[in-house]
Design a protein around this ligand. Structure first.
Ligand SMILES: [Zn+2]
Ligand SMILES: [Zn+2]
Length: 410
């Protein structure tokens, strides 16, 4: 894979990118080793050990393991004394419970586990920034390198915060990136606002009265009620929400009755006593979140009641929206433009309806989250053939190093 570097001219990089490119083979080898040994959320023991060992090898001032269970935080102080400023850079470490279908030499050695979201690349790019900044220490203040466990559905960022992350390692601001298929390799997208949606989870249990399927008038059928609820829920976004606000409501599971044997007459045709529904709601604006939460409960209860059943509603706000602080997004834009040239930096892009637990850190500290393009012709995130594009490793590492230096200089 060829190295993707910005064309000379038009950028003001101070040599960071070229210096990091000199140890590109180290980064690629590290990333491929992580790819071959994926670990799920809060099981990242090998990954954490490799990270801690690398940070110690770079001569870090402090390396703390076990932060938020399997997280690692490296502390690096600059050589320009007198500054009490601090900045946090975060990379997520966990893999997915997905069977890898790729055939590359560094494919996962663990059945049913793979780095399908490119977090192996995130860890490696943050280590690249760590190695470079540990070598130069050309800043005043402290950089905290945050290697976070359990991003994929475990809210590991919240677990680190609850474990005292920002009390133990103060950060004036925090920054993170996600590799992004569909953006050209080596480009950056950052918004002065929303990047990723919030995610709420809900569960509805429709309680009815079971009975003989040929005598439905003696039952209160939860299957019919559940179907009506699912159909009515489609009106929340289309009829209750201001059309100028973006939101998604998806029912992803509907379960009732016994297992189905295709083409085999059922011995006992029974209306089940209950039906279970599970879904998610995605939104950016808190007012939209409020409408979704209120209307899911109202529709489930009223619709179920109209059909002689009863709905129990559980609603869990799981992840907040990922919203950048405009000055921090501007810092990222400036750093990326200096490094890559203005033509490789996009702002004002459409945010994603996917979610990201870095939002918990952005709720605690100002900061910014941006996307690093890995190419338009690569499989999407979470695809069983996904393999992080090693060509962008030096670019991501140089971006993180530059952002840390500029945040401390601001
Ligand atoms: Zn993911
Ligand atoms: Zn991810």
């Amino acid at each position: 894979m060829s190295l993707v570097l910005p064309t000379p001219g038009g950028n003001t990089d101070d040599g960071t990118l070229r210096a990091i490119s000199d140890f590109h083979p180290f980064l690629s080898a590290f990333r491929r080793d992580l790819h071959a040994h994926p670990e799920l959320g809060f099981e990242e023991r090998r990954t954490a050990a490799r990270v801690a060992e690398a940070l110690q090898g770079f001569g870090f001032d402090e390396v703390h393991t076990g932060v938020g269970r399997t997280g690692v935080v490296g502390v690096l102080r600059g050589r320009w004394v007198g500054s009490s400023k601090s900045v946090g850079l975060r990379a997520d470490m966990d893999a997915l419970p997905v069977q890898e279908e790729g055939t590359c030499a560094h494919r996962s050695v663990h059945a049913g586990r793979m780095h399908g979201c490119g977090h192996d690349g995130h860890v490696t790019m943050l280590l690249g920034a760590a190695r470079r900044l540990a070598h130069t220490r050309d800043f005043g203040g402290t950089v905290h390198f945050i290697f976070q466990p359990g991003e994929e559905g475990h809210a590991g960022a919240r677990v680190m915060i609850e474990d005292g992350l920002f009390e133990r390692f103060p950060c004036d601001a925090v920054y993170a990136l996600h590799n992004w298929p569909s953006l050209p390799a080596g480009t950056v997208a950052v918004n002065p606002g929303a990047m990723m949606a919030a995610r709420d989870d809900f569960w509805l249990r429709i309680e009815g009265v079971g009975g003989h399927g040929a005598m439905p008038h003696r039952t209160a059928d939860p299957v019919v009620a559940a179907c009506a609820v699912v159909a009515a829920l489609q009106t929340v976004v289309s009829r209750n929400l201001d059309p100028a606000l973006s939101a998604v409501l998806t029912v992803h599971s509907l379960q009732a009755g016994g297992a189905i044997a295709q083409g085999v007459p059922t011995q006992s045709v029974t209306v089940p006593p209950q039906a279970d529904i599970a879904g998610i709601a995605k939104w950016f604006d808190a007012s939209a979140g409020e409408v979704l939460r209120r209307r899911v409960a109202e529709i489930a209860k009223d619709c179920a009641s109209a059909l002689g059943t009863r709905a129990d509603v559980r609603y869990l706000p799981f992840l907040p929206p990922t919203v950048n602080a405009p000055p921090c997004a501007e810092l990222v834009r400036r750093a990326a433009t200096g490094l890559l040239g203005a033509a490789r930096v996009f702002t004002g892009v459409l945010p994603s309806m996917a979610s990201e637990d870095f939002s918990f850190m952005l709720n605690e500290r100002p900061g910014a989250y941006f996307w690093l393009g890995v190419g338009e012709d690569v499989p999407g995130l979470h695809h069983p053939h996904y393999d992080f594009n090693d060509a962008v490793l030096p670019i991501g590492a140089a971006l993180l190093a530059t952002i840390a230096r500029e945040a401390l200089a601001a």
